[in-house]
Design a protein around this ligand. Sequence first.
Ligand SMILES: [Ca+2]
Ligand SMILES: [Ca+2]
Length: 558
Amino acid sequence: MKKIHLLLFLLLITTVAVAQVNYYVSSAGSDINSGTFATPWKTIQYGINHLNKNDTLNLLSGTYTEKIIVSKSNIYIRNHVLNTPVLVGTGITSQDAMITISDRSNVTIDGLEISNNIQKDAQGILVDGTGNKITIQNCTIHDIHFSANPNAAVNSGTNAQGIIVYGSNASTPVTNLKISNNTLFNCRLGYSEGIAVNGNVDGFEISHNLVHDITNIGIDAIGHEGTSPNAGNDQARNGLIMHNVAHHCISPYATSGGIYVDGGKNIIIENNLSFHNGYGIEIGCENVGKTTDSIIVRNNIFYDNEIAAIAMGGYEYPSGSGKVTHAIIRNNTCFKDDFKNDGNGELYLSYSENSIIENNIFYLSNQDILAYSERGQPGLKFDYNIFYSDNDPNNFETDWNNSNYSSFSAFKAGTGTNNNSKVANPQLVNAILPNPDFHLKNTSPAIDAGNPSFISAKTEMDIDLQQRISGIVDCGADEYWAANASYTFSGNGNWTDANNWTNKIIPPALLTGNATIIIDPPANGACILDREQQIKAGAHLIIQANKKFRITGNLTTK
Ligand SMILES: [Ca+2]
Ligand SMILES: [Ca+2]
């Protein structure tokens, strides 16, 4: 009998868990309807207020002049398939944000267009307090302005934001936050940002977003502003900022990064493309006595930015700002930045401690300025980089902590850095603006020129989503994989163990061109594919006769 009772109990649980209902909203509907597809509600807010746990609200095409409060947890709000609902805030001043999510969990906002919120402190989507598993994806946000007047004066009190997350709970952070695949453009933001996470936010992903043509910072991870009342929790941390594109994020009144970290901690910033912004990226710390710690910037492309590719450090440490510690700037391609000829070149360094700058390509503009450093970089490891300029590659100007150098050799000797770096044309596939191609030609001196003691992170990819190679990594954001390369598995065991491959080279996870993988373990051994491997048409996977090949991961062809 006990067994039967248990079974009934499980059935009951299952029934409850799948009781999710789809409801619908149409601008032509009515709030006295029942919310079915045939009889949809009219307003999004009415719909949300009448959802139950795990329900989905589907929005049909149309214009909705509403500002929304997500009044409950465990709901999904999305465009109905192939529909394009547009929320507009015209004339509604009852709240700052078009969508407010305050102290809610398990909420997804998916596929909405959000626009025309024009007022002081206007916001597209606001998440605040605490919350677990908030997802904002596939949304298009534009025309969020702090003022209707494009020429309105700007000061630190004029702000607007596209997507803003305030972790303002002293003890419980915002966790499992995902902001992905959104497009944000044409916003006048005053002193605020396109997409920002601020304060007690622990565990976030900002990925695959496109942010362009806004008047300040594109994407920002912030701490130490007092957002969390508990100073020990007041840092956006343990986050990923990856595969985003930021361009034309230029402030007329400040220098705005396409990507900015101010007061964040333990954040990986990878595979982003940032061009024609104030900085490509800035790793700073504005607040006195505070630290921005352990930020990794890898496999990104920064080009044609106004002031520098990369700015790093506390800009007025110690009296006027905090400091940056343990930053890693690795395997980035920086190309013809400082178009304003401001005297920084690719790198503008203020004050940081124990940071690493290695395996990068710095392709200078015709200013021939390698870097500008003004406040000291104790413990900096700055080496294994490639430097070049079309103009005069042997006579770079560098102003480094109050010493001036007018050649690369003098810079090396004077600073004790870059002893293993090279001045050489990295032979990019196309080194001409406005449409550069940052792939390396097969004769590039950047190939295998990185730090030989470099160890690639398991998930680390180059700009083609090809894997990085430990030890013989290339400089810049592209790892060069020969189209006709051949990779032989001659060991016994896992695919992901480099020791099982000839010359310890694991093939790229996406095999392209006419490259070949040969599976040839010893007779008593086996090759175990323990990861995702893709073989594109034209490439080859050859398993030698009578050899054992097992797949515990995933093998796909396309
Ligand atoms: Ca290599
Ligand atoms: Ca590549």
